[in-house]
Each structure stands twice: as structure tokens, then as C-alpha cells.
Write a protein that binds this ligand. Structure first.
Ligand code: PMV
Length: 357
């Protein structure tokens, strides 16, 4: 199950330009509680991608990532810089030196918004280096390498970001276990709205830890209640029962509020989505800023999207997670409409060309 078997992720061979990409992600339910061993559900955002391009270059290995103002030889970056770290980790794992090449990183995924930008960039780099050397790496291996970099971003990541992105499929996830695939009974229509306020995962996860240490019984109970919502949501997703799933998402948002990780801007977006007819809505990711995710009936997508914009969303992405039947009929295609509808992206989240979990 090598990188080379994923034509949608990787193109090119050694000696030519090699390009690899990785998707963003959104957590549907279970954030925070997942750090404490409870289950969570996440789906890839296959239309939003980070891309790593390796171009032959008369050494030494050079990294360009304009979005984070990096343009330097690898040796000049601190070894714990996330971009340097993933290159060293991958090189060590495949037992090859960083090649004489220029690595350029580009990404559509907004940073610090809970959409997995860091994990997607790392995943794209691992895939590109593996493809350059023609070394097959399977999703569990890619996920484990990327996890090491996630630890730089916050000390105790659950591993959900690297997992859903390395597998690029909907997952039911419990920390420390292989992910379970998530059967999707009927297509889920989702809207992801960016509050425009950065979400500092490390700080919010740290705050939750302090609260948990101060009031362990209360927080354990909250995490247990989240776990109940996640398990019920998993069933609803399998049965194609969008209404039931929406109720579980609403309940999960209330629990996140009780945990202290929401913010007025997120509550306002959630309320706006519900009032405009969303079946359910909640904050997604670490909270305080970042994104909300709303589940809609297809017919309501337009009006909920408008309501989210009116309520102040900086961007709204629309994404469909294909149900079993639709997936077969449409070759598992995912359609994502970008905010201003300037362009429409078709990404593939096909089970057909993905490894089994
Ligand atoms: O990176 P974010 O903002 O999607 O947050 C990750 C989700 C948390 O559950 C809050 C942390 C974790 O490691 O799972």
C-alpha cells in the first residue's frame, strides 16, 4: 500500500518533479474528550489540500514554504521546526538522506483553524519523500511519522488529525488504537464555517487539562457524556439518519460549552445555522476560535450557508461525505464548493482507491 498506489496523492518519479498532496479534516464529534481516551469521529475535507513538490536541485535540500515565510536550506532550520522535523523523521525511517531537491509547500487549508493544516503539510511531505525514493509507506506508518510532529504543536495530541488525514477516509477513532472505518449509510451534507478567529489548540487543550485536574469527576462525566453522543452518532451515520446525527451534534456542542471551550463567536455561528434550518451544528476542533460544522439537508445548504455568512463567517466550505450507495454510483467522489464559488474542486475520497483500515 505504497504512496505510489495512490495516484490521487502522488505524481512523478525520482529524477523528475514529484508532487504529493494531503487533505484537510474536520472533527464531527468527540474533540477534547478524545484526548482522554473517549471515541471521536472525523472526516477528510478532500477538496482542501496541502501540496509538497520536490524538484531536482543541485543540493543541499532546500525548503520553501511561503505561507510561513520559510525559504532556507534544511540545515539552517532548527531541528525541531515542524517542516525540518518531518523531513528528518521520514529520511530516517526510509533510511535515505534528504535528496538533492527543492521542497516547496503550498496549502489551501487555513492555519490555526482546526482543519488539520499542520498534519496535512506533514503528510504531503512524507508522501513526496517516499515517492521520490520509490519506498512504499502505508497509512499507519505515515500517520505515526506525522504524529511525532503533531507533538510539537501540542504535547498530548490524541492522534486523530494525523490518522484521518493519513487514511483520508471517515474514521471512528480511539487514542492508541487503529482507526475503525466509519460506514456512512446516506450522504452527509456538511458546511464548515470559519470564525476567522485563530484557534490555539495547545492553549485550549492545556486549559481543559487544568480544569480536569481541578475537577476530575465533573470533567470525566462530561467526557463520558461526549462518548455517548459519539457512539449514538456513529449508529445514526451508519443508518443514514441525518436528523438523529444532527441532534447528537447539537448535544456535543452543549457539552463543549460546559467544558469551557466555546466562545460567543462560535455560539453565534451555531445558532445562525440552526435557525436557518441546519439539522445540527457544533464547534469543531479545539474551540475558542476556528470552525463550526453544520449538518444540513441538501435543499437547505444554500440558506444555511447564507446565514453563516451573515452571522460573520469568514469562509464557508461545503462538503459532501458520500454514503455507501452514492459512493458506489459516483465513484466515491466528493464535491467541495469553495467560499466565493469561484471554483469548484473535485477531490476523491474513494474507498475504492484507499487502503482498508
Ligand atoms: O487541531 P484541532 O483544533 O482540530 O484540535 C484537535 C482536537 C483536540 O481533541 C482538541 C485535540 C486532540 O489532540 O485531539
Amino acid at each position: 500500500m505504497g504512496a505510489g498506489r495512490h495516484p490521487d496523492y502522488v505524481s512523478g518519479v525520482k529524477g523528475t518533479v514529484v508532487q504529493a498532496s494531503a487533505s484537510g479534516k474536520v472533527i464531527l464529534l468527540g474533540e477534547h474528550a478524545v484526548v482522554y481516551g473517549r471515541p471521536a469521529i472525523a472526516v477528510p475535507l478532500s477538496g482542501l489540500r496541502a501540496t509538497a513538490t520536490l524538484t531536482p536541485h543541485p543540493g543541499p535540500f532546500h525548503i520553501q514554504a511561503p505561507a510561513v515565510e520559510v525559504d532556507a536550506p534544511l540545515s539552517e532550520l532548527p531541528p525541531d521546526h515542524p517542516l525540518a522535523r518531518i523531513v528528518y523523521l521520514t529520511a530516517e525511517h526510509i533510511r535515505r538522506p534528504p535528496p538533492d531537491a527543492l521542497l516547496r509547500i503550498e496549502s489551501d487549508i487555513p492555519v490555526a483553524s482546526g482543519l488539520g493544516s499542520g498534519a496535512a503539510v506533514s503528510t504531503a511531505i512524507v508522501r513526496a519523500l517516499a515517492a521520490w525514493y520509490g519506498v512504499p509507506l502505508d497509512p499507519p506508518t505515515i500517520s505515526a511519522l506525522v504524529y511525532e510532529v503533531e507533538r510539537i504543536h501540542h504535547g498530548t495530541p490524541s492522534g486523530i488529525d494525523n490518522t484521518v488525514i493519513a487514511y483520508e477516509r471517515p474514521v471512528h477513532f480511539i487514542r492508541g488504537r487503529p482507526p475503525e472505518p466509519l460506514p456512512v449509510g446516506a450522504t452527509l451534507h456538511l458546511l464548515v464555517a470559519d470564525s476567522g478567529i485563530p484557534s490555539q489548540t495547545r492553549e485550549v487543550v492545556g486549559d481543559v487539562r487544568r480544569h480536569w485536574e481541578a475537577e476530575p469527576a465533573r470533567y470525566e462525566k462530561l467526557f463520558d457524556r461526549v462518548a455517548e453522543e459519539v457512539e449514538a452518532a456513529r449508529q445514526a451515520i451508519a443508518q443514514g439518519d441525518a436528523r438523529a446525527l444532527g441532534r447528537r451534534m447539537d448535544a456535543n456542542h452543549e457539552l463543549l460549552r460546559e467544558m469551557g471551550v466555546s466562545a460567543p463567536v462560535l455560539d453565534r455561528l451555531v445558532e445562525a445555522a440552526r435557525r436557518a434550518g441546519a439539522l445540527g451544528a457544533k464547534l469543531s476542533g479545539a474551540g475558542r476560535g476556528g470552525n463550526v460544522v453544520a449538518l444540513v439537508e441538501e435543499s437547505a445548504a444554500e440558506s444555511v450557508e447564507g446565514a453563516l455568512r451573515t452571522a460573520g463567517a469568514a469562509h464557508v466550505w461545503r462538503t459532501d461525505i458520500a454514503g455507501e450507495d452514492d459512493a458506489k454510483a459516483a465513484s466515491d467522489e466528493l464535491i467541495m464548493t469553495l467560499p466565493v464559488r469561484e471554483r469548484s474542486l473535485r477531490g476523491t475520497m474513494g474507498r475504492s482507491n484507499l487502503p482498508s483500515a
